[in-house]
Design a binder for this molecule. Structure first.
Ligand code: FES
Ligand code: FE2
Length: 423
């Protein structure tokens, strides 16, 4: 439970808010690289942490991320001409490079000194793992570029997709750190007793704090077989890492892998979720066909998305096409798609969940621990300190894992080397 004041403090991310200051200490995904396919192509509208921005890939192939409005008289740069290493406003022709310098001011007399004085707000970017990352915080506190393990896997062994979610980012993150709900919301085989997560629906959870946030161990009792153990990471401020080396029904997964999400606030009430995966090691093939099947299963495949957007066709406006008959006979929710099931529950809480009305149980341990870390980090940033998970050294070698640990074995011994990055 959070007080109304804590709930406000932890969820709001706009400029000038404590949460905004915290998020601005980390590199954040700004867009997928594939959204800016060509040099000198059309600029892309983005909203990040409540700021309206424009991204463009310049003639050198580098991505600029700038204020959406021209500093002259605030014309929209979305209509700008992306040409010769800069974005030219089409109102009076002022041109800016990706660092925000004004490189041409043709509407002013030659020799004007105004050109040196005008600056367009610009944020630094790097491209890694198919994602354009940006840092929107104070320059003197800018960390090394992001270096999560999945960013180092070769492109044919990893991929990232993106989904629009119509609620505050924290509702999404909480779902991502909540292994218990997968026994219910994601029970897609009603009556099928062999599903691992059906054998024990109230996992035991242990949380251990680290320099990047925490990892948690979820333990499900499999009876004679032993224990089904999953180690998740929470990498601050809003990334989840989980492993899927085990199949849904036990045994090795078809594509053993690491999965995760990053929840990136568009503003206080809307979010882009980046869904990443990378293969467990280089012996594992990640085919295009498998990738499509997987995105379909998640409910965010090509046919599940409104064309030209990252929004799901099954959404709030149509109750996610819930099928009550299916809910009686096939799956727990009556909703198709694992991602869609999550969205129905998270978006349905409202734009910003009122956490002062909750009753938390022992299965919510990881969520409570995450909120505590966030509240501490907000204070730390406000007092001039550096929050956890800013420096890549804190997280670069971590990876999640899952495995059935036979009776009489200690999970720590079995998991030992598995929790260290291989890429
Ligand atoms: S408003 Fe952009 S050049 Fe005048
Ligand atoms: Fe979920």
């Amino acid at each position: 439970v959070l007080t109304p004041a804590e709930n406000t403090r932890v969820t709001r991310v706009g400029p000038g808010t404590p949460g905004g200051a915290l998020f601005r200490r980390y590199w954040q995904p700004a867009c997928l690289s594939s959204e800016l396919p060509e040099r000198d192509g059309g600029p892309l509208r983005l909203r990040l942490l409540g700021e309206d921005l424009i991204a463009f890939r310049d003639s050198a192939g580098k991505v600029g991320l700038v204020d959406a409005f021209c500093p002259h008289r605030r014309a929209p740069l979305f209509f700008g001409r992306n040409e010769e290493c800069g974005l030219r406003c089409v109102y009076h022709g002022w041109k800016f490079d990706r660092d925000g310098n004004c490189v041409d001011m043709p509407s002013e007399p030659a020799g004007t000194t105004l050109q040196q004085k005008v600056k367009l707000l610009a944020y630094p970017t790097v491209e890694r793992g198919g994602v354009v990352w940006t840092y929107m915080g104070p320059r003197d506190a800018m960390p090394e570029p992001p270096d999560y393990e999945w960013l180092r896997a070769p492109p044919e062994k990893q991929y990232v997709s993106k989904t629009f979610e119509n609620c505050n980012w924290l509702q999404g993150l909480e779902g991502g750190l909540d292994t218990a709900h997968s026994s219910f919301a994601h029970n897609n085989h009603l009556g099928e007793k062999t599903v691992l997560r059906q054998k024990d629906k109230s996992p035991h959870i242990d949380v251990e704090r680290t320099d990047y946030g925490y990892f948690y161990i979820s333990t499900r009792d499999m009876g004679d077989e032993g224990k089904y153990i999953r180690v998740y990471h929470y990498v601050m401020p809003a990334q989840q890492m989980r492993a899927n080396t085990m199949g849904w029904f036990g045994g090795k997964n078809q594509v053993p892998r690491l999965d995760g999400h990053i929840w990136v606030p568009i503003d206080d009430t809307t979010t882009h979720v980046y869904n990443w995966m990378c293969a467990y090691d280089d012996t594992i093939e990640v085919s295009e066909a498998w990738r499509h099947r997987r995105e379909n299963e998640m409910g965010r495949g090509k046919d599940d998305v409104i064309p030209g957007t990252f929004r799901l066709k099954r959404n709030q406006s149509n109750d996610y096409l819930i099928d009550r008959q299916m809910q009686k006979t096939q799956n727990f929710t009556g909703i198709v798609g694992i991602n869609t099931q999550d969205f129905a529950l998270q978006e349905g809480m409202g734009p910003i969940c009122d956490r002062s009305k909750e009753f938390l149980g022992t299965s919510d341990k990881a969520i409570v621990a995450m909120r505590r870390l966030l509240l501490e980090a907000l204070d730390m940033v406000q007092n001039g300190g550096k929050p956890r998970g800013v420096d890549p050294v804190s997280y670069r070698s971590v990876r999640p894992h899952d495995r059935i640990v036979p009776p009489g074995h200690d999970w720590k011994t079995i998991f030992d080397k598995e929790l260290t990055a291989k890429w």
